[in-house]
Design a protein around this ligand. Structure first.
Ligand code: SIN
Length: 295
């Protein structure tokens, strides 16, 4: 059913999953690419809820890419080539299964609060994560609404963060120290520290969102010691329980989040002997930031 005035499909509905963000989407036929009216409805609901969840009966890599690619250009993951799916470079493999007979490099991906590819000059727009295999319990992912985080700061602090640039450093990615040293050296060489505005304006909704995470080393022009209390405060403020949605995965879930308005963290709250296997497509975001010297 299409709303003629807006060219939008009214059969697609959202059921909120969290107070601050997150909604389950019903009424989408995942066996084919979304039609233009369906895409318009999905974009609107994604913008409104920041994180949208589609329950599928199972998708193969081509099916994930078909859905993700409908929203825009996909990132070829050149910033982290070592973690790509070997047959589908537009998919990152986030897995604790062995890869080529060795412990997976991505088994602890995402263990601190972050926004995808914030350590690059082209931070991710949307991320679309598919759950192929989940542990019997746990392995959840948490999401924080960074628009709300910004709007609930005092006017004076908003004014201060509006004027700051946050320096992102890939070395602060959780678990990076346990990865293969040669591959780690390569991703660090590809991604030197970069300063982004600490508040970003969303290109579609026009909303301002805090853009500070646990991967920020300091604010440009301030020392790490001066910056630390403010980084810690802003992260704690943004991730207060009332600002967070925690997703408990089901096999076949496709969870889409907007990295310009959300940060997220993957939890290690599961038995690591059980497989957790996820595939992520990443939408290209807007170019941003400038490379700076390390702190
Ligand atoms: C990520 O940070 O993109 C991975 C999230 C997850 O595995 O839950």
């Amino acid at each position: 059913m299409t709303d003629a005035a807006h060219g939008r499909n009214d059969a697609i509905r959202a059921r909120p999953l969290g107070y601050a963000l997150g909604a389950e989407i019903e009424g989408v036929d995942m066996s084919r690419p979304p039609a233009p009216d369906e895409l318009a409805a999905l974009r609107d609901l994604w913008g409104e809820h920041h994180v949208i969840v589609l329950r599928t009966d199972g998708l193969d890599p081509a099916g994930i890419l078909r859905f993700a690619g409908a929203f825009g250009d996909l990132d070829p993951h050149d910033a982290t080539p070592a973690y790509r799916h070997k047959d589908f470079p537009e998919l990152l493999q986030i897995t604790n299964r062995e890869v080529d007979g060795k412990p997976s490099e991505t088994r602890n991906t995402g263990r601190n609060w972050h926004s995808d590819y914030s350590y690059t000059g082209r931070p991710a727009g949307g991320s679309i994560l598919y759950c192929d295999t989940r542990p019997s319990v746990g392995g959840d992912t948490m999401f924080a609404n960074m628009v709300r985080a910004y709007e609930t700061l005092s006017p004076k602090l908003r004014e201060i963060v509006d004027g700051l640039e946050a320096v992102y450093d890939i070395s602060l990615t959780a678990g990076i120290g346990e990865r293969d040293p040669a591959k780690t050296a390569e991703v660090k060489r590809l991604n030197p520290p970069i300063a982004h505005p600490a508040v970003r304006v969303h290109p579609h909704t026009g909303k301002r969102a805090l853009y500070v995470s646990e991967r920020v080393s300091h604010f440009d022009g301030m020392t790490p010691a001066e910056s630390r209390p403010l980084i810690d405060f802003l992260c704690a403020h943004a991730t207060r329980p009332e600002n967070v949605y925690r997703h408990q995965w089901r096999r076949g879930d496709l969870v889409c989040w907007d990295n310009r308005s959300v940060m997220h963290m993957a939890l290690a709250d599961f038995d690591q002997r059980e497989p957790r296997h996820m595939l992520r497509a990443t939408l290209l975001g807007e170019p941003s930031g400038r490379v700076v010297a390390a702190a």
